[in-house]
Write a protein that binds this ligand. Structure first.
Ligand code: ZN
Length: 234
């Protein structure tokens, strides 16, 4: 219901402003789509290795929304049944630290999305064509480079999410990091996630409380390799 409301608000707002259609064209960036090429890259530079997060991080939980229709597109964007997710080695190691620190408080991480093949970003763009909500495929995104992650904090005992005020992929002002007209509990929960992520080297995104990325993302190639092939090449 919340999601429907949000979409309706966005729709009404866009209608009210009579926003011009944005340029939908994009150029395909330099990217790696050949699994052998990807393997050579990480053999030369081990920081480019992709890690399946559950293989490194104990008790991390997945709710991979784009492998379901429970997302703002209401469409399956990943192959149905996708149950693995990946990040580059330094990002996975940093998340392991965050998870260890949270575990001291009986808390842990839940992942909504991490590595996203470039062609999925292109598909988002073809469907939405608005940089306020989806990345322009010309530049690729931190998700395409395997260094960005969408996540929240849960209680380990029962998997309940801490209250962050909005859900994942909520595009209203109240999802912004700088939005402070929220109950103290929510501000504290967001602060907990932000402080641990920043302490371990991630950078926050002002408009999405759930999105974090490693700096210097550009040294990691944009990848367009399906999950299955990433797994096979590890
Ligand atoms: Zn994200």
């Amino acid at each position: 219901m919340q999601l429907l409301k949000t979409l309706l608000v966005i729709f009404l707002w866009m209608t009210a402003l009579d926003l011009p259609a944005q340029d939908s064209s994009y150029t395909k960036p330099a990217l790696t789509s050949d699994p052998d090429h990807f393997r050579r890259q990480y053999q030369q530079d081990s920081t480019k290795k992709m890690i399946e997060l559950k293989s490194m991080i104990p008790r991390i939980v997945y709710d991979l929304r784009y492998a379901t229709t429970n997302n703002f597109m209401h469409r399956l964007m990943y192959p149905a049944g996708t149950n693995q997710t990946f990040l580059r080695l330094p990002a996975a190691k940093a998340l392991l630290q965050v998870q260890s620190e949270l575990a001291l408080q009986g808390k842990g991480l839940k992942i909504f999305d991490a590595y996203r093949p470039w062609s999925v970003t292109a598909r988002f763009w073809e469907l939405v064509k608005d940089e306020r909500y989806v990345a322009n495929p010309s530049r690729g995104s931190g998700h395409n480079r395997g260094v960005a992650v969408d996540l929240t904090v849960i209680w380990l005992k029962d998997g309940t999410e801490l209250n962050m005020g909005t859900g994942f992929d909520n595009f209203s002002d109240s999802a912004h990091q700088g939005y402070t007209r929220l109950p103290d509990e929510i501000l504290q929960n967001r602060k907990l996630l932000k402080s641990l992520m920043e302490k371990n080297g991630f950078k926050a995104l002002e408009t999405e409380w759930w999105h974090y990325s490693l700096p210097e993302a550009s040294r990691f190639e944009i990848l367009d390799i399906p999950f299955k092939k990433i797994r096979k090449n590890l």
